[in-house]
Design a protein around this ligand. Structure first.
Ligand code: PMP
Length: 359
């Protein structure tokens, strides 16, 4: 078997041992005579998986009973709409930090639902960056404050979260469980699974239960957090397979320890940033240093044709998915929790070699 070094931004690399376990029990789960994806979502086999996935998240984030853990569909993109539909009442304003492409999508959806104050805007800044916490223009009595903890395209990441009077809501799609943080600081956290958590098809939502009470009765049943809290994410058929893999991934994260993973993530990212910074300008980082993401490392080469050759040659050597997002171009190395150190070393060696030949 040969595994590629998978630098894709999402869906992305998952721990090999998780994939192997899923393979091994794919046809016959726990000697039940059927696959976990053939079991009823109301049966005891699937129920145990569902409960463990939620319990693992609770443990990893030290969640109190004030919070509910939900498994929803529609990706993080539906959360852009569900958050304001549930939390932004008539006559209220929500504060949004527009830090890049993903935050701006959240802003766009929220504006369809209610009144939005953009507290800071670095969406179009080049080099990419985040606003400073002290520069945020927050609304007194805001319904909530929305941030994007890691901008997957821009390659920027909040290193410290703002402390806000209004409940803080965060899109953590691309750095969930990559570092420790105090969940109590947040009213709501959401993340599409397909980076650090598992396969596409499920969005993880962590919500302080009292916030779910704000929703108007007029909001459709499936779009109310309240429905999913009351039904333990089993109002309808959940995405069983994605939740099953998330259960295995969160078991793996517990085994590894978030603090260890964080340390590795910082080291892995630093190796690539250092290769960029020590290239005498051949490689140019696209994010302002203090906001550089440990998950998505973005940089440019002297020309677009060179970038194309870089991506092609790396791919031939087994390094896949290095092409930057189609909206911005350049190179993006996404190095989530499960990305191995050997892949980082391979990329750094390739970068030096490529520069020697083309610099
Ligand atoms: N937010 C962020 C930060 C993302 O990176 C992505 C996907 N790359 C999304 C939201 C959208 O997620 P989904 O495709 O699950 O809707």
């Amino acid at each position: 078997m040969s595994r590629a070094y998978n630098f894709n931004a999402g869906p992305a690399v998952l721990p090999v041992e998780v994939l192997e376990q899923a393979r091994d029990e794919m046809v016959d789960f726990n000697k039940s005579g059927m696959s976990i994806i053939e079991h009823s979502h109301r049966g005891k086999e699937y129920d145990a998986v569902h409960q463990e996935a939620a319990a693992n998240i609770r443990k990893l984030l030290n969640l109190t009973d004030e919070y509910a853990v939900l498994f929803l569909q529609g990706g993080a993109s539906l959360q852009f709409a569900m958050v304001p539909m549930n939390l932004l009442g008539a006559g209220q304003t929500a504060d949004y930090v527009n830090s890049g492409a993903w935050a701006s999508k959240a802003v766009k959806e929220a504006k369809l639902i209610g009144s939005v104050n953009v507290s800071a805007n670095t969406e179009k800044d080049i080099p990419t960056k985040l606003p400073r916490i002290e520069d945020l223009k927050l609304t007194k009595g805001a319904a909530y404050v929305h941030i994007t903890s890691n901008e997957t395209i821009a390659g920027t990441q909040w290193k410290k979260f703002p402390v806000t009077e209004a409940p803080l809501v965060a899109d953590m799609s691309s750095d969930m469980l990559s570092r420790s943080f105090d969940a109590k600081q947040f009213g709501l956290i959401y993340a599409g699974a397909q980076k650090n958590l598992g396969p596409a098809g499920v969005a993880l939502v962590i919500i302080r239960k009292d916030l779910a009470e704000r929703v108007s009765e007029k909001v459709p049943t499936m779009l109310k957090y309240k429905t999913h809290i009351e039904e333990n994410s089993l109002y309808n058929t959940p995405p069983c397979f994605s939740i099953y893999i998330m259960m295995l991934v969160t078991r793996w994260v517990q085994k590894m320890g978030v603090a260890n993973l964080y340390k590795q993530n910082v080291d892995k990212a630093a190796k690539i940033y250092s290769a960029v910074d020590n290239s005498g300008g051949f490689y140019k980082g696209t994010a302002v240093r203090e906001f550089r993401s440990d998950m998505n490392i973005t940089f440019r080469l002297p020309s677009e044709p060179l970038e194309e050759t870089f991506v092609k040659e790396a791919s031939k050597l087994g390094m896949k998915g290095l092409k930057g997002h189609r909206s911005v171009g350049g190179i993006r190395a996404s190095v989530y929790n499960a990305f191995p150190l050997e892949g980082i070393n391979a990329l750094v060696a390739f970068m030096a070699d490529f520069q020697k030949k083309n610099g």
